[in-house]
Ligand binder design. Structure first.
Ligand code: SF4
Ligand code: ZN
Length: 726
């Protein structure tokens, strides 16, 4: 196949698609009328491609005609709205973009008519998934996104490819079929667990569903980059540099796929294929080659990574099973269970403590009691004790390191770890056992991973594993005492009794102007970083994303403004933000990147605020869902009245304290309330309103202002009597 052939195929593909698109629009307008509303589920970005590239908000069938007019211009090689036009290769790529826009229209119509999502597939990817992936992408737990089109000759190859991506922390989106066979089916036959947690998401069994990967990627610049819709040049630049996505095209090609491919490449996403196609080298929109052939299935994963320029950190640990972040969320089900510990079925705990340097023999792993070779019972008691030492180790770092045990053990394929401290639950699968996994390997994992990630503070480390009940009971008494001391210590820490805050700029790879300021009483908005975490991270990586900020002169203690903090923000936000109040929602509030756990929003009529978490998909009293609200909060800009926050900030004494704090809360989803109940009740008591929780409305009593106000009056909510918020 030569480049001419490709060009001709692409032209033909688009021709076909144009006809179908026009037909579909007309047919559906006839059926429903022009005013019929149309949308994809749970997104604030309308038809994301049309919105991002053309700044057209598709809300009705009529709007599809508007988009289609622009499509026709692109097809004729004329600039579309906002000057959208790619000139090189004689404007060939305009055909590609026209193709993508058509496909988005058709997919939208299919969604309207409930033909998408197909059974067992996700279809359109909601905003919240992109948001939940944000932090994982910036901290490297996700290294890239592969869009896999088609299938392999047999299921073993399919499994090898997917394992290749998983162990390299690459999320795979599955699309298409060859003669009715899908990649998804091939993996299911190999009993590979599918799901976002496992880094595998199936979008659809038709090729049209590839559009969902594209209109997923194109939302990143809007959500995180603060780039305005219609600013297509910047959007393409962003995707090229910051969205590590690529297409792996396997075994099947037709003219529409060629046309689609041209569009994908135009957006900066390269294609790797096992098909015989002409190679296309680096283009303006791509970082490296645009189209690459790799016939050897064994090399195909490497080739993808190289072509997209993804930096992969694989983890080599001497254990008999695979090990990677992709296996973190994987469950071990009853049918596959070999042995389990904890989970309320047996006594089990984990504990990390620091010792003097000479008390530890690095790498020593001891098992006290029987290992798991010959089991009497599938349930056993367990204690994991990790002893560390290091010149830069501090007592304060113990709980932070201890919390990593969960993640480190979970990365092992076939091992499940849930919870922490004496509430943990560990399962080992039969497969892992058969491959030779034994208790000592838990020690091997912990030893390797603590050195790898915390080498700057951990010089030496040894692990003791106990399976004798009596011994475990005794050890737990001491551990429990320490757990309590640690909680008390963290509870005591205030912003006043430290002189240094920490920044986090991890999210700047996506939201270039966003800075989180992390204080003892306010954690990062993603919920993943507390002040202690940031402090430890600084010790580990002095030039990393967490920098100490000596507070300096206080400017306003009520708002929570300090000279040095403001200066830091100004500098690190690329001079876009001049000052930030740590304790205010209304006056220079902190910016948001996009990965906030919750949004706080002012409800002027109630003189209070509502809080909604990412997992709540229903309506809120401000008339917007989380998704819609989130659309106006991200991108590294200040939005007085709206704030992205980490869940736990809500129970801090510094929670919007400039505006009166905790007692301003008038509404939150029930699930969130239940999740934090204990902590909320404690806070309510501190505010001398022990029954405050009953005064906070949730969706069972109100999802609109009309319902909310009478409720607040009825329960005599304290916010009603507080000073006016606005
Ligand atoms: Fe991003 Fe802020 Fe979380 Fe850091 S603390 S990862 S900047 S959201
Ligand atoms: Zn973020």
């Amino acid at each position: 196949m030569s480049l001419d052939v490709i060009i001709n195929l692409g032209k033909k593909g688009l021709e076909k698609l144009l006809a179908v698109t026009q037909q579909e629009i007309e047919k559906n307008i006839e059926k429903y009328g022009k005013r019929k509303e149309i949308s994809f589920p749970e997104t604030n970005y309308y038809f994301p491609l049309a919105y991002a590239l053309l700044n057209i908000e598709v809300k009705t069938l009529d709007d599809l005609l508007t988009v289609f007019e622009e499509v026709k211009k692109l097809d004729k090689n004329q600039p579309a709205k906002n000057g959208l036009f790619i000139s090189y290769l004689d404007g060939l790529f305009n055909k590609g973009m026209a193709t993508l826009l058509c496909e988005e229209i058709i997919a939208g119509i299919k969604t309207l008519n409930k033909e998408h999502p197909q059974d067992g597939f996700l279809g359109f990817i909601p905003d919240r998934i992109l948001r939940s992936l944000g932090v994982q992408l910036v901290d490297g737990r996700i290294a890239g996104v592969s869009v896999i089109l088609g299938t392999t000759p047999n299921k073993d190859i399919a499994e090898n490819i997917i394992r290749g991506f998983q162990t390299r922390s690459i999320v795979s989106l599955l699309v298409g079929n060859i003669e009715g066979k899908t990649f998804k089916k091939q993996l299911e036959e190999k009993k590979v667990e599918l799901g976002l947690e496992e880094y595998i998401v199936s979008l659809g069994e038709d090729y049209l569903s590839a559009i969902y990967a594209v209109n997923f990627a194109i939302r990143a610049p809007l959500i995180y980059g603060g780039i305005k819709p219609g600013d297509w040049k910047q959007i393409m630049e962003y995707i090229k540099n910051r969205v590590p996505a690529f297409v792996l095209l396997l075994g099947h090609i037709d003219e529409i796929l060629v046309a689609t491919g041209l569009g994908v490449i135009a957006l900066g996403i390269p294609i790797i294929t096992n098909l015989d196609v002409p190679q296309i080298g680096k283009l303006e929109t791509t970082l490296h080659e645009a189209l690459v052939t790799e016939r050897d299935y064994k090399k195909i994963v490497e080739s993808c990574i190289l072509t997209r320029g993804i930096k992969v950190k694989t983890i080599a640990i001497n254990i008999p099973i695979a090990y990677a972040p992709a296996f973190e969320g994987e469950r071990v089900r009853k049918e596959n269970l070999y042995v389990e510990f904890g989970g309320r079925k047996s006594l089990s705990f984990e504990y990390l403590v620091s010792r003097k340097l000479n008390e530890i023999e690095d790498g020593k792993i001891e098992i006290f009691g029987s290992d798991i070779d010959s089991l009497k019972d599938k349930i056993m008691p367990l204690a994991i004790i990790v002893e560390v030492s290091g010149r830069k180790m501090e007592k304060d770092f113990e709980p932070i390191l201890e919390r990593q045990i969960h993640r480190f053990i979970n990365y092992a394929q076939g091992i499940m770890h849930i919870g922490q401290r004496d509430m943990n639950w560990i399962r080992i699968s039969r497969e892992a056992f058969d491959k030779g996994f034994r208790l000592k390997h838990i020690g091997v994992i912990l030893h390797a991973m603590f050195h790898r990630e915390y080498g700057a503070i951990v010089d030496k480390l040894q692990v003791k594993i106990y399976t004798e009940l009596k011994k475990i009971e005794n050890l737990l008494i001491g551990a429990k005492k320490t757990y309590e001391e640690r909680d008390a210590r963290i509870g005591e820490m205030t912003d006043e009794n430290v002189d240094t805050f920490y920044s986090c700029t991890l999210c700047q790879s996506f939201a270039p102007n966003h800075v989180c300021i992390i204080t003892p009483q306010r954690l990062g908005l993603c919920g993943a970083y507390s002040w202690l975490d940031a402090k430890a991270s600084y010790e580990i990586m002095p030039s990393g994303p967490n920098q100490p900020i000596l507070k300096g002169e206080v400017i306003d203690s009520k708002l929570g403004q300090w000279e040095n903090v403001n200066e830091f923000i100004h500098q690190k936000s690329n001079r876009t933000v001049e000052k930030v109040s740590m304790y205010s929602l209304m006056d220079s509030p902190q910016t948001s990147c996009g990965c906030f756990e919750c949004i706080v929003a002012v409800l002027p009529e109630t003189n209070g605020v509502m809080i909604v978490n990412r997992d709540y998909t229903g309506m809120t009293p401000c008339g917007m869902t989380f998704t819609t609200l989130a659309g106006s909060v991200g991108g590294g800009v200040q939005t007085p009245g709206f704030l992205g926050v980490g869940k736990l900030y809500m129970v801090s004494k510094k929670f919007i304290s400039a505006e009166g704090g905790f007692l301003r809360i008038v509404w939150m989803p029930k699930e969130l309330k239940e999740e934090l109940r204990e902590k909320l009740e404690k806070r309510a008591k501190e505010e001398n309103t022990p029954d405050f929780l009953d005064k906070i409305a949730d969706e069972t009593v109100a999802t609109s202002m009309e319902e909310l106000l009478p409720f607040l009056e009825k329960v005599k909510h304290p916010a009603l009597k507080m000073p006016a918020l606005i």
